[in-house]
Design a protein around this ligand. Structure first.
Ligand SMILES: C[S@@+](CC[C@H](N)C(=O)[O-])C[C@H]1O[C@@H](n2cnc3c(N)ncnc32)[C@H](O)[C@@H]1O
Length: 322
């Protein structure tokens, strides 16, 4: 579905929503970086960094063949740099394939990486949606290390998580590694504070979806007419995950014409406009739920590494049983 159709569909459905990926233009990517560096409630970043730096040799063991390093939702590529550096210890060059919907930010990051690594790093960026990136991987032969870091994976609808894992398994061989960071935190208050921090840093990221909609499609929805909320919903069955609902509650009745999309919308007082599709976003998993997810996609959870606080699991999925 193209951007306009996805927005039209979200803003005219019940309840109304704006897809998660729409917040990630260049400004959104910069806000996302600020959430990582400045939001001290966002436990995911520090836990994931700790796990990756402490276990990189196990997560990415030596391989004789030069692999392609694929980075799904690459963002600022900060964490993947640990993988690049590690591969360059044993190989003269690395081919790096970052996939990201935030095209300008991807171009900037790729340029910065080429300045740092020079001709040791062959960068083949794929600007676009995850599906576009995975399709392009069909043409990439040889060993692939595929990373999906920083919580991007868990921001998808559960059905999309299964579907994209299945698609990835089709482009993997038994020797390929898929490394995905997943949030395993289960405490309501901790989760809600991380996603809507009392210091207000994460708010800019969600509201960027509104700013971008106003700018690109000619409407005038005031950010302060929406009161932001985050709600954690816990699941205890392996067939589902816990998740967070993120939304803005309309402070009064409002009508908006969105000429670029050819629609008018009403937001009633107390109506919620969600910043994601489906029941929730930012899924939280138990290890059983991760195993169930993998088996539904026809792949295996071969190993995982966690931090002492049990916030994050960096998971190694394989195509065949190890
Ligand atoms: C939570 S950030 C993670 C960034 C980075 N991997 C990290 O560890 O900090 C998610 C990234 O995925 C990208 N993204 C979100 N939805 C996407 C989609 N549907 N297709 C491709 N990229 C997407 C965003 O632009 C953003 O860079």
């Amino acid at each position: 579905m193209d951007t306009e159709s996805a927005l039209r569909s979200g803003l005219t459905s019940t309840p109304k929503y704006i897809p998660v990926w729409y917040r990630y233009d260049k400004a959104g990517s910069i806000f996302n970086d600020r959430c990582l560096s400045d939001n001290t409630y966002y436990y995911f970043y520090s836990s994931e960094m700790y796990i990756l730096t402490s276990n990189i040799k196990e997560i990415l063991p030596n391989v004789s063949e030069v692999p392609h390093l694929v980075d799904m939702g690459s963002g600022n590529s900060e964490k993947t740099r640990g993988f690049i550096d590690s591969l360059l210890v044993n190989h003269d060059t690395v081919t790096y394939i970052p996939v990201d919907i935030s095209k300008d930010f991807l171009a900037d990051t790729s340029y910065q990486l080429s300045e740092i690594y020079g001709n040791k790093l062959l960068i083949k960026s794929i600007p676009g949606d995850y599906d576009v990136g995975i399709e392009r991987l069909r043409d990439v032969t040889g060993l692939k290390i595929i990373t999906w870091l920083g919580g991007g994976f868990q921001n998808q609808k559960y059905q999309d998580q299964i579907r994209r894992l299945q698609m990835l398994s089709e482009v993997m061989t038994d020797r390929c590694r898929l490394i995905v960071s997943l949030d395993i935190t289960q405490e309501k208050e901790q989760v809600e504070n991380a996603y809507l921090d009392p210091t207000g840093i994460s708010a800019d990221l969600y509201l960027n979806a509104i700013t971008r909609l106003n700018r690109e499609y000619g409407c005038d929805i005031k950010a302060d007419s929406l009161r932001l909320g985050a709600e954690f919903t816990k699941s205890s069955v392996p067939e589902e995950t816990s998740y967070v609902k993120l939304f803005g509650t309309s402070q009064h009745d409002q009508q908006h014409s969105i000429p670029g999309l050819g629609i008018n919308i009403n937001l009633a007082k107390d109506e919620r406009l969600y910043f994601h599709e489906g029941k929730g976003v930012s899924c939280k998993y138990t290890i059983d739920q991760i195993r169930t997810l993998a088996s539904r996609a026809g792949i295996y959870l071969a190993n995982y590494w966690t931090d002492n606080n049990k916030h994050v699991a960096v998971c190694y999925f394989s195509k065949g049983k190890i």
